[in-house]
Write a protein that binds this ligand. Structure first.
Ligand code: 5GP
Length: 336
């Protein structure tokens, strides 16, 4: 492992740097990556953000977005950048299988690997770790990394601030989740003072739905929501055919699970969707219920206690049945 002074020394000269984040990046994945990118380019580094896959359109307004490379669309260019990088920043994930085929390329690259993350159980592939599971977002950690570790608050400009604010906003579910501490609000205030226009970012992220997305949401809530009162659990499951029928695109399913969780007695909510490669699960829970444990144990996934995800190769109906069959094991926690 490198120490902070060795990393600071490395960053004292312009370097070839790759920043990457997890598959199907969300607001925190892209916000933290582009926040760090906008910081590094001010120091003359040759930095590139490589996303393993595409991401929602409601994130495409962020400064630096036009420079992002999507691995699946520009594989060769990405491979060269990873092989030639001197440093690789791994943001908002801590296991190389979260970046698909890019994982092996990153593992094999001679670059110094820096992990900045807030998920449980980090894998051992990094040379420098800035990790805290108490952080509400990786963007919060990028902020403290720049301000406290690198002593560079003066370089939090409007672009850096706007991206980091987006990461914190989205991963704290608009400052609503339990990890939204007073410190998080202080950082958000600093970012607003540095130029992030909070109300505008809120609008860009949350008021940019397509008509199709809203109709799809209506379909999910009216026709697909199943509430299992015995276990205080709600499930929404959708087939690929339904996704196609509503012309659903990347990002359209984001947040739907929260509607299921918003039912007052529901402690566990699942959004289960059939994708072309596998069935994807998004779980959300209230209080102490460990959604990540279910994802890790049964669905090759992980995440946080109250927000976790996983996947399965089984057909959709069997995944739903498997999920339901797990609930009795958690009855005590669910009916508290
Ligand atoms: P979402 O439900 O929004 O896809 O993900 C919620 C949380 O679970 C995020 O923190 C995300 O990083 C994590 N997560 C989602 N899918 C997976 C997965 O397949 N594996 C792991 N380890 N974490 C996941």
């Amino acid at each position: 492992m490198l120490d902070l002074s060795a990393l600071t020394e490395l960053l004292a000269q312009p370097r070839r740097i790759v920043i990457t984040t997890h598959h199907k990046p969300d607001g925190d994945a892209m916000g933290s990556s582009l926040g760090l990118y906008n910081y590094l380019i001010q120091l003359g580094h040759h930095a590139k953000v490589i996303a393993p896959s595409d991401y929602p359109d409601f994130l495409s307004w962020m400064p630096g977005n036009e420079e992002v490379i999507i691995y699946t669309e520009n594989t060769q260019q990405s491979e060269i950048l990873i092989a030639e990088a001197e440093l690789i920043f791994c943001l908002d994930f801590n296991a190389l299988n979260r970046i698909n085929e890019m994982g092996e390329l990153v593992r094999q690259s001679p670059a110094v690997k820096v992990m900045i993350d807030h998920h449980l159980d980090p894998e051992d592939f990094d040379d420098f770790r800035y990790w805290d599971i108490n952080a509400c977002a990786t963007a919060q950690l990028v902020y403290t990394f720049i301000v406290d570790a690198l002593n560079s608050k003066h370089l939090i400009n409007k672009d850096v601030a706007s991206c980091l604010y987006t990461g914190i906003l989205t991963d704290s579910a608009s400052f609503r989740l339990p990890k939204t501490t007073a410190e998080v609000h202080r950082i958000a205030a600093d970012l607003i003072e540095a130029g992030a226009v909070n109300w505008r970012i809120q609008e860009l992220v949350y008021n940019s739905s397509s008509e199709n997305r809203l109709r799809f949401l209506g379909h999910c809530l009216a026709n697909k929501l199943e509430v299992i009162d015995e276990y205080n659990t709600a499930i929404i499951s959708v087939t690929k055919q339904e996704m196609d029928q509503y012309h659903s695109v990347t990002g359209d399913t984001e947040g739907i699970v929260n509607y299921a969780l918003s039912i007052s007695n529901v402690r566990l909510a699942a959004f289960i969707v059939e994708r072309s490669d596998a069935v994807k699960l998004s779980l959300r829970s209230k209080g102490e219920f460990p959604a990540n444990e279910i994802c890790k144990k049964y669905f090759s996934g992980g995440g946080h206690r109250n927000a976790a995800g996983g996947r399965s190769e089984l057909p959709l109906n069997e995944v739903v049945e498997l999920f339901k069959s797990i609930l009795p094991n958690y009855k005590k926690l669910l009916i508290q």
